[in-house]
Design a protein around this ligand. Structure first.
Ligand code: GH3
Ligand code: MG
Ligand code: MG
Ligand code: MG
Length: 299
């Protein structure tokens, strides 16, 4: 929800739309639809409405049917639906909740009550979205966290298997970071991790690439549609851009600056449990990079 939330009013009676819109348009961007078909089309249009006020009695398709269709569509399932209807009995109200609505308002309605309920449900939706975002975000760097990375890894492995496409994984680990913290202090270490995150974001170019912090000083880049050669090039760009940051590290045995070691692997799309295999292989390559002296890429 950026700027004013958008409310979609669905009612076959233009006069009803008018009254509802009148009580909401000061606070919200208001759209309307006069039929079920129009409502479904509008609800799927980007940017999606933040909330839908839905009449029940309409010719062709009633509000219950519309609500059920909205709730089985991945695009519209999260839009809260409030029924606004003359059907004011508990059975109908129960039916509305059964169809997936969050609330039920009887006509004739009180504008203050409508506004209050709309405000409450928008707030619940905002909080839910915030929670969903926080659950997959790393607090220190703002990158994807380990949970997001693991979900994306299994999702991408399945997708690329269906398409017989390429998938590469780049694992990055900071060299001698324990010594860095011991010498410069933990807050300074955190600053380094933030700078590394920024460098990763600046280095990767494709919107489909996922950059995650998967451990204390470990990062992962999941690169769909990327073959081994491309992934190696990305990894080398990452390594050299970290070196170019020239962040002093007096206690590193690899360099006088902060450096990273990188392991790269590419998925064989036919393999079962390919996600796990991909991770294990990249991790083994990272281990080799450490053994061979750090500040290098092994694939
Ligand atoms: P290597 O080159 O073998 O990777 O050595 P290393 O010291 O980086 O590896 P090790 O795994 O022994 O230590 C990782 C260190 O990373 C431990 C801890 O001090 C530091 N670290 C982990 N998470 C954080 C964090 O969130 N903030 C900061 N500042 N340091 C962290
Ligand atoms: Mg009606
Ligand atoms: Mg480590
Ligand atoms: Mg390390």
């Amino acid at each position: 929800m950026i700027g004013q939330p958008t409310i979609l009013i669905v009612d076959d009676e233009p006069a009803n739309v008018e009254v509802l819109a009148g009580s909401l348009e000061e606070l919200y961007e208001v759209q309307f639809a006069l039929s079920g078909q129009e409502a479904l089309a509008r609800a799927r249009l980007s940017p999606l409405p933040d909330l839908i006020l839905l009449d029940v009695l309409m010719p062709e398709m009633d509000g219950f049917a519309i609500c059920r269709l909205l709730k089985v569509d991945r695009r519209t399932v999260d839009i809260p639906v409030i029924f606004v209807t003359a059907l004011a009995n508990p059975d109908e109200e129960a039916r509305g909740f059964d169809c997936g609505a969050v609330d039920f308002i009887s006509k004739p309605f009180n504008s203050v009550v409508v506004r209050a309920r709309v405000r409450n449900h928008l707030e619940i939706k905002r909080n839910r979205e915030l929670l969903q975002r926080l659950a997959i975000t790393d607090g220190l760097t703002g990158l994807a966290n380990r949970r997001h990375f693991e979900d994306a890894l299994s999702h991408e492995v399945n997708r690329q298997r269906r398409r017989r496409g390429d998938l590469s994984l780049v694992l990055i680990d900071v060299d001698f970071f324990k010594q860095y913290n011991d010498h410069y202090g933990h807050p300074a270490g955190d600053m380094v991790l933030r700078s590394l995150a920024d460098a990763l974001v600046a280095t990767l170019q494709r919107p489909a690439d996922l950059i995650a912090r998967i451990g204390g000083e470990e990062f992962a880049c999941l690169l769909p549609e990327t073959e081994m050669e491309g992934a190696m090039a990305v990894a080398e760009r990452i390594r050299s851009s970290v070196e170019a940051l020239a962040m002093p590290h007096a206690c590193s045995q690899a360099s006088s600056c902060v450096t990273v070691s990188i392991g790269v692997a590419h998925v064989d799309s036919g393999e079962p449990d390919a996600g796990h295999a991909l991770y294990k292989l990249a991790d083994a390559q990272l281990y080799k990079a450490k053994k061979r002296g750090r500040n290098q890429v092994v694939g």
